[in-house]
Design a protein around this ligand. Structure first.
Ligand code: F6P
Length: 534
């Protein structure tokens, strides 16, 4: 299945991308796609018609059409956990029936959304209060998918925030909750415990700490706690009143959960209407993904560039580079989305993957990254495919000159990556500065850029809630398509379990309650060093 792609990659690896533009002046039109107000440009890659044909063949071979339908229709495609994968149902605002085990899940989804809205309206209007009056601060305690999505949205939706201040605590490091609670008034704070399983050690430990902090001042702490979870037995046992428990089903994966109750903190901060716009944008992308032919389908095209760069050309990482300060935490969010989903070493049937699993995903907003790691992207020995994204307009109407500068930087980077600077050009540059002989050649060598480094650019009109919903859903579906082509289960995460198990065993050893025998030499040595220093 992969031979055609890898042999194309071998033969085309060094072909200058620029030559493709010289051969085909209309290349931009052929190798970019517009949908729903978004423009995805992949012309600055080495993909040509033959490569695209081979990539589309991979989609056919992987039965993408039927697998996509199976996901939307609620089949249990997460088959190592026996679960459907239906985050799309959370933004199915038309309420068209979605069946799981013969039952339409939509009435339940919409009922929970309505309960979230009612709670948000009450809290924002000061009708839901703490012991000291209207809620001024919300502390969302969660980790992984119960944190990264809401945090990313909270920053991205800055211009739309008009509710209580929201703070996020994730790390079991006591510093995180300590620093967050410092300065907050417990009598006007709501604590949200966000955990799908309601068993995650970091979250439950931080929740206990928050409860103890609140109990010092507040007589009925339970009245100022809410829970977002699939495990209603555990939320009740923990003492959270069912009226403030917002549940979701096991067919919502943690890293796909921001569209439902896990997004409550965002709804509290920005209001139900903004949250609905976010859902509408995601729903529009769902429709596009479901209906558009593959060659015009943005998630499919984004996935195929990823497959070409990673499994085809063997580039092990990809950088996500939003030229949008408010997408500060998008790379971190995408790290979980992509790496927890597609960081798998076996196919659905348990056999070894014949190619590499998904890539390492990393990044920072531009222009900050330019002054940090772009040096390596331009002149390092490894090729890092870059995924640029930028809004055509910013929110700051009085600072359009800064926005233009931002966009100029974004375009300049992808241009520089493709064009590079030849030895000839670098030599001429340094000769102009007065260098001659061996020193001229030595100085010029440092100023050569190999170029021919691939990138894609996603342009969107403006970072509104609707557009943000589109972008996140675009990436979700991209991950799905890559997973289908790789033949893996993108919806389980067994890889995080072993460390969790070992941490639980190590905790009593570190506290001295259990002996450290049977530990490997390094771990035993580290335990001894910690204990000796206490
Ligand atoms: O890191 C593993 C994981 O299960 C993620 O998939 C999930 O988002 C995170 O832990 C948090 O889980 P929970 O919401 O159940 O606390």
């Amino acid at each position: 299945m992969w031979e055609k792609l890898t042999s194309l990659a071998d033969s085309l690896r060094d072909r200058p991308i620029l030559s493709l533009f010289n051969d085909d002046p209309a290349r931009f039109d052929s190798f970019s796609a517009r949908a729903e107000g978004l423009l995805f440009d992949y012309s600055k890659t080495n993909i040509d018609a033959d490569v695209m044909a081979a990539l589309l063949e991979l989609c056919e071979n992987a039965d993408l059409t039927n697998k996509r339908a199976a996901m939307f229709e609620g089949e249990k495609i997460n088959d190592t956990e026996g679960r459907a994968v239906l985050h799309t149902a959370l933004r199915n605002l038309d309420a068209t029936p979605v069946m799981v085990d013969g039952t339409d899940v939509m009435p339940g989804v919409l009922d929970t959304l309505a309960r979230m809205q009612a709670f948000a309206e009450d809290l924002r209007a000061g009708r839901f209060t703490g012991q000291g009056g209207a809620i001024t601060d919300v502390v969302n305690i969660g980790i992984g998918g119960s944190d990264l999505g809401p945090v990313m949205l909270d920053i991205a939706l800055g211009p739309y925030r008009d509710g209580p201040r929201v703070h996020y605590v994730s790390n079991v490091d006591g510093a995180h909750i300590h620093d967050t609670l410092q300065g907050l008034d417990p009598t006007t704070t709501l604590v949200i415990v966000a955990s799908k399983t309601f068993t995650t050690i970091e979250t439950m430990t931080n929740a206990e700490t928050a409860r103890a902090w609140m109990a010092e001042t507040v007589s009925d702490t339970g009245a100022q706690f809410a829970a977002l979870s699939s495990n209603l037995e555990k939320t009740t046992a923990w003492g959270i009143d069912p009226s403030r428990v917002f549940g979701f089903e096991d067919w919502v994966g943690g890293r796909y959960s921001l569209w439902g109750p896990i997004g409550l903190s965002v709804m509290l901060a920005t209001g139900p209407a903004t949250f609905r716009d976010l859902l509408s944008g995601a729903q529009a992308m769902d429709h596009h993904f479901r209906d558009a032919p593959f060659p015009e389908n943005l998630p499919v095209l984004l996935a195929l560039t990823g497959i070409w760069h990673n499994q085809g050309l063997g580039y092990a990482t990809r950088a996500v580079l939003p030229y949008e300060q408010r997408l500060l935490r998008l790379p971190a969010y995408l790290q979980q989305l992509e790496m927890e989903s597609n960081g798998k070493r076996v196919s659905m049937d348990g056999s070894d993957l014949p190619v590499n699993s998904g890539p390492v995903v990393w990044g920072e907003p531009g222009t900050n990254g330019q002054h940090a790691f772009y040096q390596l992207i331009h002149q390092g020995t490894r090729v890092v495919p870059c995924e640029f994204m930028a809004g055509i307009q910013g929110h700051e109407a009085d600072l359009t000159h800064q926005h233009d500068l931002l966009l100029a930087n974004c375009l300049a980077q992808s241009e520089a990556l493709m064009l590079g600077r030849s030895l000839e050009e670098a030599t001429a540059l340094m000769a102009d500065k007065g260098f001659t002989g061996d020193e001229l050649m030595r100085q010029a060598a440092h100023r050569v850029f190999p170029g021919n480094r691939p990138s894609t650019t996603l342009l969107y009109p403006k970072l509104t809630p609707y557009v943000l919903g589109q972008i996140i859903a675009l990436y979700e579906h991209r991950v799905f398509v890559e997973g289908v082509i790789l033949g893996i289960n993108s919806f389980d995460q067994w890889g995080v379990e072993l460390g969790k198990e070992l941490a639980l065993k190590l905790a009593p050893i570190l506290s001295g309650d259990e002996p450290a025998d049977a530990k490997d030499g390094s771990t035993a040595g580290l335990i001894a060093a910690i204990q000796a220093a206490r």
